[in-house]
Design a protein around this ligand. Structure first.
Ligand code: NAP
Length: 231
C-alpha cells in the first residue's frame, strides 16, 4: 500500500536518506528543510512525484503553515518523522541561555508546532516517529559540552511518551528513536575527528522501515538505536 509520509530535516544526512528509501519503496514523501536546492536535488533523485519538496523553517509559523497547506492536498498522513535538529557543542558555563532556547526551539518546539498543525490529518493507524539522541536517553554514557543538545533531546523523549498516551484513542502511535553516532555533518560538528560506525544510508533504511511497520509492535516506546559510541 502506498503511504504518505512527511519527514523533516530532509535536505541532508539521515533525513535525506530516509526520504530516498521511502520513495524507492513507492511511498509518497513530503520532504522539508530550509535548503531548497538540496530538497530539489533529493526530489530529482527519486521517481517523478514521489518526493514533494517543501522549503520551510520549522521555527517559524509561516513555515509550519506552508507544510500544513502541502499536507492539506492529501486525504491523510500515514507517517510523520520529526527528524530535523541542531547541535551545539560548548562547555555548560560558556553556553548562553539563548543557545538553550534556540536548541529547544528547533529540536523540541518544532515538533510541538508541527504535530499541532497536522494532527487532524493523522488518522487511525498512523505513526509519529520522533528522532532523539543517546544524549537524551536516560542512563546512557554522556559526553560533556552538549548540555543544550542533551536537554533538548531528553525533552523529545518526554514529549513522545506523553503524546503516545494522549493519542491512543485516536489510533495514532508515537515512538521515539534515540540514535547513536551516524556519520553526518551534525556528527562531524559535534565530534570532530571521530568516525561513526553507521552511515546515513544505513540509518535511513532503518528509520524508513520503522515508520512503515513498527507501530504494529510498539507505542510509546523510547528505543536506543546505538552501538557504544558518542551520539
Ligand atoms: N548524526 C548523528 O550522529 C545523530 C546522533 C543522534 C541523533 N541524531 C539526530 O538525528 C537527526 C538528524 O541528524 P543528522 O545528523 O542527519 O543532522 P544534519 O545532517 O545536521 O541535518 C539536520 C537537518 O535538520 C534541518 N534543519 C535544521 N534546522 C532547521 C530549521 N530551523 N527548520 C527546518 N529544518 C531544519 C537541516 O536542514 P536545513 O539546514 O536545510 O534547514 C537538515 O536537513 C537530528 O534530530 C539529530 O539530532 C543524529
Amino acid at each position: 500500500m502506498n503511504k504518505t509520509i512527511l519527514i523533516t530535516g530532509a535536505s541532508r544526512g539521515i533525513g535525506y536518506e530516509t526520504a530516498l528509501r521511502l520513495a524507492s519503496q513507492n511511498h509518497t514523501v513530503i520532504a522539508t528543510a530550509r535548503s531548497e536546492d538540496k530538497l530539489v536535488e533529493l526530489a530529482n533523485s527519486a521517481d517523478p512525484g514521489k518526493i514533494i519538496p517543501v522549503k520551510a523553517d520549522l521555527t517559524l509559523e509561516t513555515g509550519i503553515q506552508k507544510l500544513a497547506d502541502s499536507v492539506s492536498k492529501f486525504e491523510s498522513l500515514d507517517g510523520l518523522i520529526n527528524n530535523a535538529g541542531a547541535v551545539h557543542r560548548e562547555s555548560f558555563m560558556d553556553t548562553d541561555l539563548s543557545v538553550f532556547q534556540e536548541l529547544m526551539d528547533i529540536n523540541v518546539y518544532s515538533i510541538v508546532r508541527l504535530i499541532k498543525a497536522l494532527k487532524h490529518k493523522l488518522g487511525n493507524g498512523s505513526h509519529i516517529v520522533n528522532i532523539s539522541s543517546m544524549s537524551g536517553y536516560q542512563g546512557s554514557l554522556k559526553f560533556g559540552d552538549l548540555s543544550a543538545y542533551g536537554a533538548a533531546k531528553a525533552a523529545v523523549v518526554g514529549l513522545s511518551e506523553v503524546l503516545s498516551a494522549e493519542f491512543t484513542d485516536d489510533g495514532i502511535s508515537v515512538n521515539c528513536l534515540c540514535l547513536g553516532a551516524v556519520q553526518t555533518e551534525m556528527f562531524a560538528e559535534a565530534f570532530p575527528g571521530f568516525e561513526a560506525p553507521v552511515s546515513p544510508q544505513q540509518m535511513g533504511t532503518y528509520i524508513a522501515n520503522f515508520v512503515l511497520t513498527a507501530h504494529q509492535f510498539y507505542n510509546g516506546k523510547v528505543l536506543p538505536v546505538a552501538l557504544n559510541d558518542p551520539g
